[in-house]
Design a protein around this ligand. Structure first.
Ligand code: CP
Ligand code: NVA
Length: 315
């Protein structure tokens, strides 16, 4: 299946996007298809105020550039309104519970909450106690908006997802988890290449393997060989302390010219950003013509607009 041949239903049977575990292949294609249409409408300068009168609150207890700006601009382009709520400024940061925060926000008529925080359980609790849609804007375990964007970008680049080999190198973190799920559910071949001690969570890996083709390996050669996409992420995610032992363990998994040479001749390089040149990737790779990192960053806008429309729009 490619995005343009998918026949959209115009809806998904979900209120929230908490992780991708409970999203079907059709749900994912529904998002990608709408993202494609919204991107085309934006490029033509065609108005698409599908969320007029709707409000998205955005709670951040971790930093952000892309997520904050793309959600805020996305809501603006859809004719809605967004509220930025920094974790340091709202009472959540002083110990008010997630459940109470959810019940209070519900009383003000908020339609959706995008939350970036540490614990996945907090995102789930927000969804449990709120009347609004909840969108996970990154937790320690998952980053579904980024992974949906990434496969959208892959599909744009290769015209398909089925059979595309994506090799992820480095820390088995939130990005590795969400890429495994998004890729497995859309027929991609996902390789996660990490050393012992930094492999992805085995339960999430096993769940992803039930949906499709996911291999966890510590062999850079096995992962990179004929790969269509080379992907990496920072050694230290937000909230993690710099740790020399981890840096030493992950350095052999750096994406550099030698790794690129093993991949398919038309392979592309991807990174969710922010990147640390000289750590997880070398400058000659991330700044090369193979790198599609800024297409990825732009596509956050289009894909998240699709997610918001499908979750918060007219049912
Ligand atoms: N990739 C991503 O989520 O970027 P930000 O941390 O800047 O939001
Ligand atoms: N793994 C990174 C992703 C940032 C978008 C982090 O959690 O900091």
């Amino acid at each position: 299946m490619d995005i343009s041949s998918y026949k959209p239903k115009g809806r998904i049977e979900h209120k929230h996007l908490l992780n991708l575990l409970d999203y079907s292949t059709a749900d994912i294609y529904e998002i990608l298809h709408l993202a494609n249409s919204l991107k085309a409408a934006s490029k033509r300068g065609k108005k698409h105020e599908l969320l007029k009168g709707k409000t998205l609150a955005m709670i951040f207890t971790k930093s952000s550039t892309r997520t904050r700006v793309s959600f805020e601009m996305g809501m603006h382009q859809l004719g809605g309104h967004s509220l930025f709520l920094s974790g340091n400024d709202i009472q959540l940061g002083r110990g008010e519970t997630v459940a109470d925060t959810a019940r209070v926000l519900s009383r003000y008529g908020i339609d959706g909450v995008m939350i970036r925080t540490f614990l996945q359980s907090d995102v789930e609790e927000l969804a449990k106690y709120g009347s609004f849609s909840v969108i996970n804007g990154l937790t320690d375990d998952f980053h579904p908006c980024q992974a949906l964007t990434d496969i959208f970008t892959v599909a744009e680049n290769f015209g398909r997802l089925n059979g595309i080999k994506l090799a992820y190198f480095g820390d088995g973190n939130n990005m590795a988890h969400s890429l495994m799920l998004a890729g497995a559910k859309t027929g991609m071949e996902i390789f996660i290449c990490s050393p012992d001690g930094y492999k992805p969570n085995p339960e999430i890996t096993a769940a992803a393997q039930k949906f499709g083709n996911v291999t966890v390996t510590d062999s850079v050669e096995e992962a990179a060989k004929n790969a269509n996409v080379l992907y990496t992420d920072v050694f230290f995610s937000m909230g993690q302390d710099i740790d020399k032992a981890k840096e030493k363990a992950l350095m052999p998994y750096q994406v550099n010219a030698d790794v690129l040479a093993l991949a398919d001749k038309d392979a592309v390089f991807m990174h969710c950003l922010p990147a640390h040149r000289g750590e997880e990737v070398t400058a000659d790779v991330i700044d090369s013509t193979r790198s599609i990192i800024f297409e990825q960053a732009e596509n956050r806008l289009h894909v998240q607009k699709a997610v918001m429309c499908l979750l918060m729009g007219k049912k």
